[in-house]
Design a protein around this ligand. Structure first.
Ligand code: MTE
Length: 333
């Protein structure tokens, strides 16, 4: 059978590609980032926050947070080339948003308080087979794949991450949503003794728990994925262990971390950021370069870790649906 190569939207002519070496100047980046210490405030509130603070050079403690090796996965050949180098884990796993553990990017240590064992993911609502999955089910019940996906935050930074997990469609096949199910609500872990929230929380009365939602068609789309790992290991807590949503054509805030419950519903659920700022964070939240956020342009994005100045990462053009239009454009025709 002949292999026909259909170029993806990000497959630029070679003349426009940046050599990988130019992207990474790791020690310089980390030292500058560490020295800077950007604080978060309610006025700076965005779904993707800003800047990190504190810490030391490449922290030996990071290694301990990175989960256990997984070897029962297969690389999915359709999703190995995201058109950019994979972001080094030293950036991806120290530069996170997980507001339950604080309002800065530097929550990777605080997130280690998340209790992930035992874990129950309850799936119910309008389904034929309600289920409760335990920790073991999450890494063994569904065949695991590796998918290298682009990741685009609403605040205009971007990464490329090698996720391990299974298609949302596989879970849907297990629970069998009824014909009345039109949406799914994803509820994430919350315990006010464990998840203190950001320091400025008192000013905002945040609507915990963090909840996200998709239409049933979005959830059934080929790209929609549950990640239980990344970079060959189980998911670190800072990325939303033991299971999180990955919907790469949408802004990153749609990817709820540490999911405890999924409910299939007839009506559209309310969602965390949409309740906080409905004019800034839509339910749909697809990556759309021509639709500016009310406070900034979405036409370009900063590539995390690129270049030598952490506050001036290299910019590239944002692609409609983050480059995944072939998979999802029909959903929004
Ligand atoms: N999920 C929960 N439960 N809490 C959060 O604060 N932040 C979201 C999303 N999922 C968030 C969350 C946002 S704004 C982004 S950009 C991504 O997680 C960041 O994912 P990462 O830290 O793994 O890169």
């Amino acid at each position: 059978m002949a292999f026909i190569h259909i170029p993806k939207p990000w497959q630029l002519p070679e003349s426009r590609a940046t050599p990988e070496a130019a992207f990474w100047n790791r020690r310089k980046f980390i030292k500058t980032l560490v020295g800077a210490g950007i604080g978060a405030s309610a006025t700076a509130l965005t779904a993707c926050g800003s800047g990190g603070k504190g810490g030391s050079d490449i922290d030996p403690g990071l290694e301990k947070t990175l989960g256990r090796s997984l070897n029962n996965f297969t690389p999915n050949p359709d999703f190995q080339d995201a058109g950019r180098p994979i972001t080094e884990q030293v950036y991806a796993s120290r530069y996170n948003n997980y507001y339950e553990f604080g309002g800065t990017k530097n929550i990777w240590q605080a997130a280690q308080k998340l209790p992930t064992d035992p874990w129950t993911l309850e799936v119910g609502g309008l389904v034929k087979n309600p289920r409760k999955y335990d920790l073991d089910d999450l890494t063994r019940r569904f065949p695991l794949e590796e998918r290298v996906y682009r990741f685009r935050c609403v605040e205009a930074w971007a990464m490329v991450v090698p996720w391990l997990g299974f298609p949302m469609a596989a879970l849907m096949a297990d629970v069998e949503p009824t014909s009345a199910a039109k949406f799914a609500r994803f509820t994430t872990f919350f315990d006010d003794q464990i998840t203190p929230g950001p320091a400025w929380e008192f000013a905002l009365n945040l609507p915990w728990p963090y909840v996200e939602g998709l239409t049933i068609e979005e959830m059934a789309n080929d790209l929609a994925f549950f990640a239980v790992g990344l970079y060959g290991r189980t998911l670190p807590k800072q990325h939303g262990a033991p299971i999180r949503m990955v919907v790469p054509w949408k802004y990153g805030f749609k990817g709820g971390k540490s999911i405890v419950k999924i409910e299939f519903l007839a009506e559209q659920p309310t969602t965390y950021w949409n309740v906080i700022a409905p004019n800034e964070y839509k339910f749909e939240a697809n990556v759309e370069p021509d639709v500016p956020h009310p406070r900034w342009s979405q036409a370009t994005e900063r590539i995390v870790g690129s270049g030598t100045n952490p506050f001036n990462w290299e910019r590239q053009d944002t692609l409609i649906y983050n480059g995944y239009g072939d998979y999802v454009a029909d959903l929004y025709a």
